[in-house]
Design a protein around this ligand. Structure first.
Ligand code: ADP
Length: 866
């Protein structure tokens, strides 16, 4: 595709001209399909469109039968090639999915999104553009039925600088290392980072850096005592002299009267001139308290007040029972202000974001998470706090994050300029604050040596067969960003060994020489032990003298021979064909031969762990938990046993690293929790981490016993957003637990442990029940009713208490259903295709006797329910 064709496609989406950085990437050759790119340009300058330009080039082609009309309007068709768009957050995936569907469905392109279960059987092969996270791609790349991946010819990675993220960066690095070995064009979209050249070198990519912004960004420091902002002119990370000949331009603000907030003058100054503000605070609590301090009622129009009041009441109705957070948010929203942080439920966040985009909500006080990619521009971005608590003390927020926050300022077409302002807390901090404002970005570092990342990667690649030997593992590491950054990969070899040992010792992988099948099993076992020792102590054991004599030699054909006795068997090891008998090998050569011949394969436990995409350490805890329960003397006829086994099983599941961070335990609850743990025979209650695990499992237990979000918040101080996240994670783990149980069953492990069949069945049933209850957040008796979409556990319980326990009951006791759950019954009947025109749903404002007579207003009221 050439520029003209590309512009033809873009113009159908209202893009007539390219912005300077977009022109630049075009000139640098983004339409050459084998050229990788790293694009580092400021927030909101049009990075996504660069990604679009790249995928249009791959997935669309001009139709051959063009009846070229005079307007030059061309027809385009899908080319059959696929594009992947990798985003860091699920919320962003949904945003991009909606955007791309709207823009590209008209070309016949099918847009997919894949953010669900890691082992789901979804069929992605029918999509042309698929949006997913890097973890999802990692999990897909190890599956055997994903041949459609061969049709992918371009991958766009949004926010590629997250490679530097301690928790998740390693997985992205692994995915990229694999991608760069394939004939796929890689387009990395990045925020400004200190070492973008290094990143580009690694990916063999052309680097395009540009500082162009669609709206000018003024950067300043606000001094609350003097109520003034000093704006600085900054170029190349240096303050330059302003037009007035000084190094700053001072703007004195009006005093809008006394207020509880130190920054309210700064906020009001912007609101008064029809601007909107984002205020970045260091913690959730600070975001809430800052929002509460600001009341904009005086500055709102009557119509705005009405609309805000509606949103405010919607916020109250989102949860089963409004929590304190809902009440606080609802109060703030009435006043034109909101807070936004990870504690909010998805629907609350969306309401806030939409109202801000519509300029109804004028100010959002948020944590810097909002800066990570969500498309929410404002006139003035205020950094209220430049430090935050990092678990041990207060530390500076990284410059890169500060720049992303202030980069949100300036809405194209709406604001003449944007303003990014840092609030100066102490005069002694002016220097530091100015340094942040200048914004020299940090460098990013490889995080591939993160133990969890390595464990997951090694097991995954052995499972998929991508990597079978130590040698290949090392070869892989040669291609990582780590190797580029540290000049070699040797340092990581020890870490790899540790994880290989971990995987072997815990039964995830086993040593799988390419023995011929006639080899005696005991011989294999002996070799396995040797190799395990080799991996463990190779530095001592692998001295050529200790290793070469008697243990390894070659036959005339170059085949490796193991063992020294006459009965030793020939082992055909790949890549050793040219080795000659009698040759003396030096240490490195032996090492190489050994590495090449040390092949691994994954066990049944390893297979499910890799398939479920969970941390092998989590799988180890779960399988050990299952086995420890199976060794107990359980009286399966005693109802208390069910609850005991359930509690213990949940505890082992909560040990999973996927559930982190755990709930913290304070000194007042410490003793009670330890007491409870001891009553359950949890003898590991001495470690603080385990007590936190127990507390977390207790919270999940409350959830599946139908406690409301509000009750949970009151007891555990966990807000809806965080609770939802934990529930999502435990759902995933509970599903994996069921699979792990199956793997143990298939490997005959229970028999090895002399576990009674009835106990095994009992544990199995407990795990299955738990999985369902976690899925629905309810006791098991509600499971059938909860299968009805949108019923929800509170209404399901109401029905159950009215003796409507099954779907058949709903059909036969329609009036009772209406009486129990009111107008929502109408939706339930519709979903279950139960005719209901014989029923009159009658309450204060609704009277429906058939679908046709539904008045419009009622429909709206009903829609608000969902
Ligand atoms: P980034 O990803 O860099 O943060 P976006 O890609 O979201 O920024 O772009 C910000 C806005 O600019 C979007 O609304 C986008 O549609 C718009 N935009 C991008 N490129 C152009 C262009 N060439 N002409 C007009 N609008 C554009």
């Amino acid at each position: 595709m050439n520029k003209e064709l590309l512009m033809n496609v873009l113009s159908k989406n209202g893009i007539e001209n390219l912005r300077p950085p977009q022109e630049k990437v075009l000139k640098e050759g983004i339409l050459e399909k084998d050229k990788n790119f790293i694009i580092s340009i400021p927030t909101a300058s049009g990075k996504t469109l660069i990604g679009e330009m790249a995928f249009i080039n791959h997935v669309l082609q001009p139709s051959k039968s063009q009846n070229n009309n005079e307007t030059g309007d061309l027809e385009f068709l899908p080319s059959g090639k696929k594009a992947l768009f990798i985003v860091p957050l699920k919320a962003l995936a949904t945003e991009k999915f909606d955007e791309f569907r709207e823009k590209y469905n008209k070309f016949g392109l099918k847009i997919g999104i894949s953010i669900g279960d890691y082992d789901s059987k979804e069929n992605l092969s029918r999509y042309d553009i698929i949006i997913m996270t890097s973890e999802k791609l990692d999990s897909l790349m190890r599956k055997k039925n994903t041949t459609w991946l061969n049709d992918v010819s371009v991958v766009i990675i949004d926010e590629i600088h997250l490679l530097g993220d301690k928790e998740r960066g390693g997985t992205l690095e692994i995915v990229l290392t694999k991608l760069k070995m394939l004939p796929i064009q890689i387009i990395g979209l990045s925020a400004t980072i200190g070492n973008s050249e290094e990143l580009a070198t690694w990916l063999n990519a052309k680097l395009v850096v540009d500082t162009w912004r669609p709206v000018e960004l003024k950067k300043g420091l606000y001094h609350p005592d003097e109520n003034k902002v000093d704006f600085y002119k900054i170029e190349d990370y240096k303050v330059v002299i302003c037009e007035n000949g000084k190094n700053k331009e001072c703007k004195n603000l009006k005093n809008y009267g006394s207020s509880k907030s130190e920054i309210s003058n700064l906020i009001l100054d912007c609101i008064k001139s029809s601007g909107s503000c984002l205020v970045f605070c260091s913690s959730k609590r600070n975001a809430v308290s800052e929002a509460k301090k600001n009341d904009l009622t005086k500055y709102l129009k009557e119509t705005e007040k009405e609309e805000l009041a509606e949103i405010s009441s919607e916020i109250l109705n989102i949860l089963e029972k409004p929590s304190k957070t809902c009440e606080q948010l609802s109060e703030c929203v009435k006043k034109g202000v909101a807070f936004h942080h990870a504690g909010l439920a998805m629907k609350q966040r969306k309401l806030v974001e939409d109202a801000f985009r519509k300029r109804l909500i004028k100010v959002i006080c948020c944590t810097p998470t909002l800066s990570a990619g969500l498309n929410l521009p404002c006139r003035r971005a205020i950094i209220r706090d430049t430090k935050r608590f990092d678990g041990t003390g207060f530390s500076n927020i990284p410059n890169m994050e500060i720049q992303q926050c202030i980069g949100r300022a300036g809405r194209p077409g709406l604001d003449p300029y944007g303003e990014g302002i840092i609030v100066v807390k102490k005069s002694s901090e002016v220097g530091d604050n100015l340094y942040m404002l200048r914004g020299k970005p940090e460098e990013i570092y490889s995080n591939i040596s993160n133990k969890k990342t390595l464990r997951i990667f090694i097991l995954g690649s052995i499972f998929s067969g991508e990597i079978v030997s130590f040698y290949q593992l090392k070869q892989f590491m040669k291609n990582t960003f780590y190797a580029v950054q540290y000049g070699d990969y040797e340092k990581i070899v020890e870490d790899i060994k540790d994880e290989v040992i971990f995987l072997m010792e815990n039964g995830f992988i086993e040593y799988g020489f390419e023995f011929d099948n006639n080899l005696k099993t005991d011989y294999k076992v002996e070799k396995e032990e040797k190799i395990l020792n080799y991996v463990k102590y190779s530095n001592e054991e692998l001295k050529p003298s200790a290793y070469s004599i008697n243990n390894i030699s070659f036959d005339e054909n170059g085949n490796l021979i193991l063992g020294n006795s006459k009965s030793a068997k020939n082992v055909n090891v790949k890549n050793t064909k040219n080795e000659k008998k009698g040759k003396k090998y030096n240490y490195e050569e032996y090492e190489l031969i050994k590495d090449k011949s040390t092949t691994f394969k994954s066990t049944k436990l390893g297979n499910v762990t890799a398939q479920q995409y969970i941390d092998p350490l989590s799988a180890k805890n779960i399988s050990e938990g299952i086995l420890s329960i199976s060794k107990d003397k359980i009286d399966i006829n005693d109802p208390r046993s069910i609850s005991d086994v359930e509690k213990r099983m949940l505890y082992f599941m909560c040990k999973s690293t996927e559930l982190r961070p755990l709930l913290r335990v304070n000194k007042y609850e410490y003793e009670d929790l330890v007491g409870e743990m001891m009553a359950f025979d949890f003898n590991d209650c001495e470690e603080y981490d385990n007590i936190c695990t127990y507390k977390t499992s207790k919270m999940i237990r409350e959830w599946i016993n139908e406690a409301s979000e509000t009750d949970i918040f009151e007891k555990y101080k966990v807000e809806a957003g965080i609770l939802n996240y934990k529930i999502e994670q435990i759902k995933w783990i509970s599903h994996a637990t069921r699979e792990i149980f199956r793997a143990l069953e298939m490997s005959g492990t229970f028999e090895e442990f002399n576990c009674d069949t009835s106990i095994k069945t009992f544990i199995k049933k407990t795990i299955e029940d738990l999985q369902l209850r976690i899925e629905y957040g309810a006791k098991s008796d509600l499971v059938e009713l909860l299968g009805v979409k949108n019923l929800g556990r509170v209404r399901a319980r109401k029905l159950y208490n009215s003796d409507i326990k099954t779907i058949a009951d709903i059909a036969t006791k329609k009036e009772l259903v209406v009486k129990s759950i009111g107008k929502i019954a109408y939706k339930v009947f519709e979903e279950l295709k139960i005719p209901y025109d014989d029923i009159i749903i009658d309450n204060k404002d609704i009277k429906i006797s058939s679908l046709d007579k539904k008045p419009k207003k009622i429909q709206k009221t009903l829609d608000n329910f969902f």
